[in-house]
Design a protein around this ligand. Structure first.
Ligand code: SOE
Length: 399
């Protein structure tokens, strides 16, 4: 059997902090990337960190990490760790990322980059200082790495839909519909920064700016918290199966965010993020319209991209379904023969691949911490707009 480059390549020791849902997804990405793609550096799962000794050792065994640490500072200090991957709640991102960068490590940080603009700015400054020493810092907006979304970006860049006029994005889930779902960290502002806005809205803001290739220049928003008090969390699980115990506490983040925006070029953007949409499990949908055509995507059908070319004869024109599994589609050269579809977890292998390539080339990663800061500023503008409630009320018709 032919030997793959990445089997003989120098290693890149990875240290993971946090091992819940995102930590598990990143573990899978690191395990897979070097086996599927020919990489100039071979990722090695050196160590995982978490506070609970038994749980972090169990996570290390389950996800394939060679060692476990109960203190993230010890993980950063390890000689066999060259890259620190941060999968903690948002309130720890800034402290850990800055410490890791100052210690000479590359960093991958889950989205949103931080809980506040000030934290994101400090992280971006640390990343810029580290950049001059050859380090790389990337923020984990994994949906850029869905092949169909990467293809959409390619088509926009090639001018296939012409000048952008509309970007419409929604990201809907339903795991907070039940009023007795407990008060997990994602519902507490001091841990999560914001609610559906930072958790889901951050993804669609990043995708809008990524696909358009330009920043959002202005936003106008409404936020709502429909269930304002919930049972306190019983046990440690914070995921969809979490259960409530005795006592209740206040929800301090939004359940849903609706906002409009204008891109730098003048294109109009609309956004909706909610964890209160019954029946919608992980429904990230987008549609972009330009002067020559449109593109549409639905994460729950993630191998498909819809493309309408408005120059075709009206009698036969319409949205065409492109099955994004061809070898010349983004990332597909390394996977299965055409038609053998990919899933959610592949985005994390693609993310690991792209980060390794950036490190090996000494190139700027995409998305960088600066891109994460840009998203953070949009999230803050959304919150400010909603707080100022600049709403014009039509006079109700009383007859
Ligand atoms: C939870 O709402 C969540 O896991 C997000 O935090 C992720 O970023 C998203 O990809 C799926 O939903």
């Amino acid at each position: 059997m032919e030997q793959r480059d990445s089997e003989t390549a120098p290693t890149l020791g990875v240290g993971l902090i946090g091992y819940a849902f995102m930590g598990a997804a990143h573990s899978q990405g690191w395990r897979t990337a070097g086996r599927v793609f020919d990489l100039p550096l071979r990722p090695v799962l050196a160590a995982v960190a978490g506070r609970d000794r038994a749980a972090v050792h169990a996570a290390a065994a389950r996800h394939g990490w060679a060692a476990a640490e109960t203190d993230w500072r010890r993980l950063i200090a390890r000689d066999d760790v060259q890259l620190v991957d941060i999968c903690t709640p948002g309130d720890r991102h800034a402290e850990i990322a800055v410490a890791a960068l100052d210690a000479g490590k590359h960093v991958l940080c889950e989205k949103p980059l931080a809980n506040t603009v000030a934290e994101a700015e400090a992280m971006t400054e640390a990343a810029e200082r580290a950049r001059s020493r050859g380090q790389v810092a990337m923020v984990g907006f994994n949906y850029r790495r869905v092949p169909a979304i990467a293809l959409a970006r390619r088509l926009v860049e090639e001018g296939r839909i012409g000048a952008l006029r509309h970007v419409r994005l929604t990201y809907l889930q339903d795991w907070l519909v039940a009023p007795d779902f407990p008060l997990t960290w994602r519902l507490e502002r001091q841990h999560a920064g914001s609610g559906a806005l930072g958790d889901l809205g951050a993804h669609i803001v990043d995708l809008a700016q990524f696909l358009a290739g330009e920043p959002l220049a202005g936003v106008s928003a409404q936020l709502e918290t429909f269930v304002r008090e919930r049972p306190l969390l019983a046990g440690v699980s914070a995921g969809p199966g979490a259960s409530g115990g005795a006592g209740r506490g206040p929800v301090t983040v939004d359940d849903a965010a609706v906002f409009t925006g204008r891109l730098a070029s003048g294109a109009l953007a609309t956004f909706e993020a909610s964890r209160m949409a019954p029946g919608r499990k992980n429904a990230l949908r987008l549609e972009i319209s330009g002067s020559l055509g449109s593109l549409a995507f639905d994460l729950e059908r993630l191998n498909e991209l819809l493309y309408h070319d408005h120059r075709e004869p009206a009698a036969t024109a319409g949205f065409r379904r492109i099955l994004v599994t061809e070898p010349d589609h983004p990332y597909l050269e390394a996977w299965w023969p055409p038609g053998h579809v990919l899933g959610y977890e592949h985005t994390f292998a693609h993310q690991a691949r792209d980060l390794v390539l950036a490190i090996a080339a000494g190139a700027d990663p995409s998305p960088s911490f600066a891109d994460g800061l840009q998203v953070q500023r949009v999230l803050a503008a959304v919150e400010e707009s909603a707080a100022n409630n600049a709403v014009y009320t039509p006079v109700p018709v009383t007859r």
